[in-house]
Design a protein around this ligand. Sequence first.
Ligand code: DLL
Length: 433
Amino acid sequence: MIWNEEFETLPREAVEALQLKRLKNLIERVYAVVPYYRKKMEEMGVKPSDIKCLEDIRKLPFTTKEDLRINYPFGLFAVPFERVVRIHASSGTTGKPTVVGYTKRDIETWAELMARTLTAGGVHQGDVVQNAYGYGLFTGGLGAHYGAEKVGAAVIPISGGNSKRQIMLMQDFGSTVLLCTPSYALNIADVMKEMNIPESSLKIRVGLFGAEPWSENMREEIEKRLNIKAMDIYGLSEVIGPGVASECIEEKRGLHIFEDNFIAEIINPITCEPLPHGEKGELVFTTLTKEAFPVIRYRTRDISVIIPEPCSCGRTFKRMQRITGRSDDMLIIRGVNVFPSQIEHVLMSIKGVEPHYQIVVDREGSLDMMEVQVEVSEGIFSDEVKVLQKLNKCISQELKDTLGVNCKVKLVEPKTIQRSEGKAKRVIDNRKI
Ligand code: DLL
């Protein structure tokens, strides 16, 4: 099922014509009303009239989290404040949050995009949607909520946390759809196991998971343990929230980018050079329809690949591969670039290892030391020391082969690594660098 046939199946030329028209309007508007963008464009010697074709987007300056910080809280808003009806924020790296605003029309656009997302995941009227994304300043809860109502599903606005209550309501209300972070979905599966509740006592059919990196192996684990289909959905507050790109249930391979609303580019994160489709790099988004808080060439730091080939589901929008890491999440361990996603990939392919782990980085003298703490299954933990040693050695070797750097592996008892109710914290970097 496609929520908005008219737009989601537009022929490519029409998509691009619409993008160009909207891009021109956007640039004219921000140049006129946002002094900061105007100044940046002037510094680069570019005027709105220089945007004549889609490739001309490359003439425009990038926007980064630092630009948002400088303009904290409302400096980049592009409408008079009276037109703002909602404010969200996400935690920044430097203490002050990143603030985003929405007009009435922005809220409608967002609901439309989330309706498309949910429909692409197979959600429809008659479904009971348990929305365990956090409600509040985080965009996950309310963003998904409006979309679910728009498709006509019954929404349970439970927010994240309190897994026992989540399970009780899933059983009592007959929830058919679960919305939360992938790590929280596993947390719920763990609590169900502890309480001896079989997944067959639930009606959940599908889950739409996002807001944090996860792997194909983790998808398999969630699908198996909850007996559902697990879909990947992507978005970020600066661009709109959830509803930027999402998988279709037909293919489950790559996330369709809602290109009538956003232009996606991939750049080399070091040189900032645009990369051709099919090459891996940092995702950059320009919003085409947002009124209150448009962004121009926003650098997400998320690493992905754009897939231009058409999809069998009928949607004509290009897809992006699932996020494989963040350019600023990359750890440099003794000079070697290490992504937490590589570690997750290794761990999830080893039997006896639970999908709960944490990476702790320290500096001893001038040497970086990385320890990977991994939970093992109940059965393995009560086994002989020899079995544990063997498993430890196997994980260390696999990690070394994949990462090209030695790391310490510490097997920990089941349930010792802190569980997340929202985004999981995978890396603790104790180095003062
Ligand atoms: O996490 C919006 C969202 C809510 C997306 C619910 C999906 C579901 P922020 O808090 O601003 O917004 O965080 C955005 O989270 O730049 C990525 O690094 C990461 N992220 C979001 N979705 C995915 C995903 C929301 N599907 C940041 N896979 C982004 C990997 C994701 N990372």
